[in-house]
Every structure is written in C-alpha cells, then in structure tokens.
Design a protein around this ligand. Structure first.
Ligand code: NAD
Ligand code: UD1
Length: 331
C-alpha cells in the first residue's frame, strides 16, 4: 500500500491514476489547501478504482498517526507542499513552516511506524542560475527564492536521514516543467486566480478568460530570444513515480534523478504548438524579463533511464493537445 501526500493536487492526482492502473492500493492525504477532493472522483472515473482519502495536514502529527495506524505503507510519495515562487518571497515563514516542518512531521511519523521508503517531489529550480544546460544531477545546487530553498533543504534532510539510517530508501525527483493533463480531460491544472506558469496562462487566453499572454523577455540568448524550458507531460511525470517505486523495492540509500524530456522549447515555440493544437489564436505582448528567470533550463535525462528505466514518451504536441482538451472542458 502506498501513501500519497498531496494526492488531490495536479501531479498527485495523475500519479494516483497510474498507481491504481498498475494495481497498487492507494491512500491519499491532503489538506485541500490548493485542490479539491473531487479530483479523486475523476481518478475513479478514469480508472474504475478508488483511493482511500483522509483530509489531513502533514503538520498534524496526531492526524498522521491515525492514518499510519490504520494502514501499513511500503512507501510514501510526498507531493504535499506549497509551490508558488512569488508567494514564497512574500510569505517565507508560511513556506518554511508548511514545507519544512510538515515534511519533518511526516518523517517522524514514518519512522515511528517503520516506514522507510519515500519518493520526494523536488524541482529543477535547485539548479539555480549558475549552471549551463543540460542540467545533470551532480551539478552544484543553489536557489533564488524561499520556495527553492525549501526544496533544497528537504533534499538535504532526506539525504542526512538516509545516511544515518541504512534502511531508508529515498528517491529525490527533480521535475522540470510539468504541463498537460490526463487525455480524458477529467483532471488537469486549474490554478486559482491569474496563473503564474506559462501553459495555464496560455490555456486561459485560449478560452477567452485572459486577453493575451505576456512574454517575459525576448532578448535572451536563445533560439528566438524567449526563455527555454524542458516541458514534460504530466502523465509521463506520473509514470516516473512508478519507476521510482520499483527502484525502491530493491535499493536503499538516496537516488537523485531529473524527470525531464531533455528537450528545450522557447516560450514562442510553446505558443505556436498550443495554437496549432487548439486552433485558437494566442495573442502575445512582449513584456520585460521576469525577475529570477533563467534564459534556458533543460534536463540531461539519461540518469532516469539508466537507473529507473524511465523516459518521457510524449512530445510538445501531445502536451498542448491534452492541456487544451482539459482547458476547453474544465476551466
Ligand atoms: P498542487 O498544489 O496541485 O499539489 C500539492 C498538493 O499538496 C495540493 O493538493 C495541496 O492542497 C497539498 N498540500 C499543501 N500543503 C499541504 C499540507 N501541509 N498538508 C497536506 N496537504 C498539503 O501542486 P503540484 O503541481 O501537483 O505539485 C506537487 C509537488 O511537486 C509539490 O511539492 C511541488 O512543489 C512539486 N513541484 C511541482 C512543479 C510544478 O511545476 N507543478 C515543479 C516542481 C516541483
Ligand atoms: C517556475 C518557477 C520554478 C518552479 C516551476 C514549477 C519561477 C521564477 N520559477 O518555473 O521555481 O519550479 O515554475 O512550478 O517562477 N512565461 C512567460 N509568460 C508567462 C509565464 C511564463 O513568458 O505568463 C515564461 C517564463 O519567463 C519562462 C517560461 O515561460 O521562460 C516558463 O515559465 P513558468 O511556467 O513560470 O516556469 P519556470 O519559470 O520554468
């Protein structure tokens, strides 16, 4: 049985689909701070199977104990956390408390119940702004905002705990830019308010909720001057977690791997692909660079293939097709 924290969220719900389809029994906890429990109804509609759900905060030690005393978990997939870079700069205390204290509480309860396996959602943000892409896992890490620091600190905490306890099994997954949605259109990413991230913003332009996309800078040293990123289909990303679980069946210690495609696309290339997939015009406005952005970031994805036997299968056209399918049905 697998415990999925943050399992009603964007990546968590897609991972629940893949886990259930692969025959795992799944328990989800989430405090519903950034998602709705109904996403698990959609997961059931897609898979024909149910997860057990508890509305529990990872900071709630007694609540966690109650869940762990009802089930025996082989492993935890830990998605729960706050993820907005801008907000983390406004409210660092909230981010450190939720992401760091929450994870410490979770780890304490896991230890009490003898649960030694964890797959952790880290981010390519830990490569900071001093590395040249493609990023490899052994590059020096650094951060430019509290959100990023919470990821790096959690990586360090998990590494130290695994050094001290030889039975611990840890995979740190550094996600690049997850986009898209389940092809059913039943689950996807629908942030509250004005989206910060590129593809949710483009979706809102395509369905007419926002007038145009601000392109943050067209004077970078890239193919067309706009920022380049490694976009990865959320279904591929979800499958990466299953590969990590399989790895942990046989390995102790810590493994750090990038989950990306290895391909970079510029903002304007994504806009073109989305316009083609949706048949909608996406008007753009060239705006100043966004503070904290790097010119170009994409993965060297070879370690994930070597160690986990995983690689991304879906390309930018499928990512845009499924993002549009979800946006046109649900946003
Ligand atoms: P999401 O916000 O959709 O999902 C996170 C879930 O965690 C939400 O359902 C939220 O309600 C829940 N949550 C937050 N704090 C909690 C707490 N204290 N207790 C219980 N539940 C809590 O985000 P997502 O995009 O699915 O991201 C999942 C994880 O992956 C996060 O840790 C995020 O930082 C990381 N990540 C995401 C991206 C991305 O671009 N989406 C990139 C890199 C890393
Ligand atoms: C952002 C976060 C990163 C986090 C990731 C996933 C910042 C600085 N970085 O990554 O830490 O791990 O989300 O949550 O917020 N863009 C536009 N117009 C927009 C939005 C984005 O031109 O309205 C451009 C950006 O300048 C960038 C690209 O699109 O070049 C991708 O941006 P975004 O989707 O926000 O992801 P990242 O910045 O890579």
């Amino acid at each position: 049985m697998i415990l999925v924290t943050g399992g009603t969220g964007f990546i968590g719900s897609h991972t629940c689909v893949e886990l259930l389809n692969a025959g795992y029994e799944v328990v989800v906890i989430d405090n519903l701070m950034n998602s709705k429990a109904e996403s698990l109804d959609a997961v059931k509609e897609i898979t024909g199977k149910s997860c057990t759900f508890y509305k529990v905060d990872i900071n709630d030690e007694a609540g966690l104990r109650e869940v762990f005393s009802k089930h025996t978990f082989e492993c935890v997939i830990h998605f729960a956390g706050l993820k907005a870079v801008g907000e983390s700069c406004q409210k660092p205390h909230f981010y450190y408390s939720n992401n760091i204290s929450g994870t410490l509480t979770l780890l304490k309860v896991m230890n009490e119940f003898g649960c030694k396996g964890i797959v952790f959602s880290s981010s390519a943000t830990v490569y900071g702004n001093n590395n040249e892409p493609p990023f490899t896992e052994d590059m020096p890490t650094s951060c430019t905002n509290p959100y990023g620091w919470t990821k790096l600190m959690q990586e360090q905490m998990l590494t130290d705990i695994a050094l001290a306890d030889k039975d611990m099994r840890v995979v740190l997954l550094r996600y690049f830019n997850p986009i898209g949605a389940h092809p059913s259109g039943l689950i996807g990413e629908n942030p509250n308010g004005i989206p910060n991230n590129l593809v949710p913003y483009i979706c809102k332009v395509a369905i007419g909720q926002l007038p145009y996309l601000n392109v943050y800078g067209n004077d970078y040293d890239t193919v067309d001057g706009t920022g380049v990123r490694d976009y990865i289909h959320v279904v591929d990303l979800a499958k990466g977690h299953l590969a990590a679980l399989k790895y942990l069946e046989k390995n102790t210690g810590v493994l750090t791997v990038n989950l990306g495609t290895g391909n970079g696309y510029s903002v304007l290339q994504v806009v073109d692909a989305y316009a083609k997939a949706s048949g909608k015009e996406i008007p753009v406005n060239i705006a100043p660079r966004r503070q904290g952005d790097i010119a170009s970031g994409y993965a060297n994805a070879s370690k994930a293939y070597e160690k986990l036997g995983w690689k991304a299968e879906l390309g930018i056209d499928e990512m845009c097709r499924d993002a549009w399918n979800y946006a046109s049905k649900k946003m």
